[in-house]
Design a protein around this ligand. Structure first.
Ligand SMILES: CC(C)=CCC/C(C)=C/CC/C(C)=C/CC/C(C)=C/COP(=O)(O)OP(=O)(O)O
Ligand SMILES: O=P(O)(O)OC[C@@H](O)CO
Ligand SMILES: [Mg+2]
Length: 252
């Protein structure tokens, strides 16, 4: 039996293994070209698809998930900007609470509205402390959520925020510089969070080279997420997949 996804993340963390998640922004998917990416992802042993966006204007999330099922066995995890984007055909949902911000709507409001729907959906719910980190420019997620990201040179703020999230019972920590970030999260910040919590750590935003992925993994990320970088340059997918495989072969 395939382990639930939270258990998979916790096992990675316990064993020192790493995983690679490809972020699919539904609005940027061309359904005719998508199977090519999927075949590549399957061949390169991508571990997860994260799917979602701050805004979704194309109503084809169901078609996207159906194509993923047709071409791969890679689990699909919803990464949502809004409770209106929930789709029951996925495997799991990152149940984000935006704990770096002070906007109650994104700390608990969206979650209250989504809860009954999620309970019925059969989706695995992954309680996640979500931290937006300054990216060198305003990102869609910080604009839409109306929250101030944590300054990227303040690792202690991120560490204390993650710690509080863990104490509140959140099981995953997601450090996100935001999609298309100019600056990826510093290794100092990732390491400070790693020393402060036991939860698996997901890191994303602005990872547009294999070297940046490796830096995040070495600093303590358990899962790296790449979206824009692969949209711009599909050859980055095999490069990052090889980096993660190499890391796992070397250290696990
Ligand atoms: C789990 C439920 C029910 C809701 C979550 C609602 C919360 C708390 C969201 C957090 C804030 C937020 C708006 C996050 C968005 C995260 C995301 C999917 C980012 C992907 O990138 P985009 O922000 O779409 O960037 P682009 O502008 O590059 O498309
Ligand atoms: O698109 P990129 O910059 O890779 O960001 C991935 C994800 O963490 C954004 O929320
Ligand atoms: Mg988007």
């Amino acid at each position: 039996m395939i382990k639930p996804i939270l258990k998979q993340f916790e096992t990675l963390r316990e064993q020192g293994r790493k995983a690679f998640a490809v972020l699919i922004d539904p609005d940027d998917v061309r359904l005719d070209e998508f199977p090519l990416l999927l075949q590549r992802a399957e061949k390169e042993q991508v571990d997860y698809f994260f799917i979602g966006g701050s805004l979704i204007t194309q109503f084809h999330m169901g078609d996207i998930i159906a194509l993923i099922r047709q071409h791969t066995r890679i689990p699909v995890v919803l990464f949502l900007g809004s409770n209106m984007h929930v789709h029951p055909a996925a495997d799991a949902v990152l149940f984000l609470s935006l704990i770096s911000g002070r906007n109650p709507e994104y700390l608990i409001g969206q979650q209250v509205v989504a809860a009954p729907m999620l309970k019925k959906s059969g989706l695995e719910v992954l309680p996640t402390g979500y931290l937006l980190i300054d990216a060198g420019r305003q990102t869609t997620a910080s604009y839409i959520s109306n929250t101030t990201p944590i300054p990227n040179d303040k690792p202690a703020v991120a560490a204390c925020t993650a710690m509080a999230g863990e104490m509140l019972g959140l099981r995953l920590t997601y450090l996100d510089a935001g999609s298309g970030a100019l600056k990826a999260i510093t290794p100092e910040m990732i390491a400070a969070v790693r020393q402060s919590v036991e939860t698996p750590i997901i890191v994303g935003g602005g990872i547009d080279s294999a070297q940046k992925a490796r830096t995040a993994l070495e600093a303590g990320a358990d899962v790296v997420v790449v979206g824009n970088g692969i949209e711009r340059n599909p050859d980055l997918l095999p490069e990052i997949a090889a980096t993660v495989r190499h890391y796992n072969a070397q250290y696990a």
